[in-house]
Design a protein around this ligand. Structure first.
Ligand code: FPP
Length: 247
């Protein structure tokens, strides 16, 4: 699978994270605390996405990946799932121009097969319209699950072995990730989960092997650009050794 030639995976200056990935949790509890329906919280959460994306250039964050809907989220009530799908459609229609104007390139990861056609058409359009942008790379994980991604990647890899384009002896840590949805992205440096839960819930399992984690109590609709800035500063003081010993 070819690498995207537009993306420079090798260079990053500064001590902050180049790639931040966020599990945006706590919308439901935020709404319930206010006596409002859960979808009210998701709408407030969507507004936070805008603020966080806008903060990225100043923080030198070149890649932002957000977990919008997991392969497990289908287990929620029909009302909540339908409300979220409608929110995604609205968000894409409403934000396309603003994202392009801010030089944001948007990509989606996850399995599109189960998604509504109206939504996937909008996703395709947003990807196409922002393709020339070279500022922040925003990746939205929608119907995404890390295990599902690895299973789909393995299927494609097996097909390449079967049709003779990949030698099984060449399957290794370099070649396998080329089949992942994230094949054009660098691995996340910092993974943030809001709302006080300390688990990764099937998010970027392969890619986060050496990421730093921040589990914070703030509910996603209360998360601010200032808080993101603090987390980036904390990250700068961490000593990432990737399994090696400091010399
Ligand atoms: C988890 O909170 C959040 C979600 C499953 C949905 C995330 C979606 C958004 C932030 C909406 C906007 C996104 C985009 C890209 C427009 P939860 O419902 O599990 O909260 P709880 O744990 O308090 O119940």
């Amino acid at each position: 699978m070819p690498k995207d030639p537009d993306i420079d995976l090798a260079t990053h200056t500064g001590s902050g994270p180049r790639h931040v990935a966020i599990i945006m949790d706590g919308n439901g509890r935020w709404a319930e605390a206010k006596g409002r329906p859960r979808l009210f919280g998701h709408h407030a959460g969507a507004r936070r996405v805008r603020e966080v994306v806008e903060a990225c250039p100043d923080l030198n964050i070149k890649y932002l990946t957000i977990f919008a809907f997991s392969t497990e989220n289908w287990k929620r009530t029909q009302t909540e799932v339908a409300g979220l799908m409608s929110l995604f459609r609205r968000y894409i229609s409403k934000e396309t121009r603003a994202l392009a104007a801010r030089n944001v390139r948007v990509r989606f990861i996850g399995d599109r097969v189960r998604l509504d056609k109206k939504l996937t058409v909008l996703m395709d359009q947003l990807e196409q319209e922002t393709e020339p942008m070279d500022g922040v790379n925003l990746t939205i994980a929608l119907n995404y699950g890390g295990r599902d991604e690895v299973a789909r990647a393995t299927k494609r890899l097996a097909m390449d072995v079967a049709n003779g384009t990949l030698d099984p002896m060449d399957v290794n840590e370099e070649t396998l990730p080329r089949y992942l949805d994230t094949h054009v992205l660098p691995d996340p440096d910092l993974v943030i989960r809001t709302s006080g839960e300390a688990r990764i819930s099937n998010f970027l399992l392969w890619q986060s092997a050496y990421a730093e984690y921040e589990f914070i109590d703030t509910l996603w609709p209360d998360f601010t650009a200032a808080e993101l800035g603090e987390l980036c500063t904390n990250y700068g003081s961490r000593d990432r050794r990737f399994g090696a010993v400091k010399t």
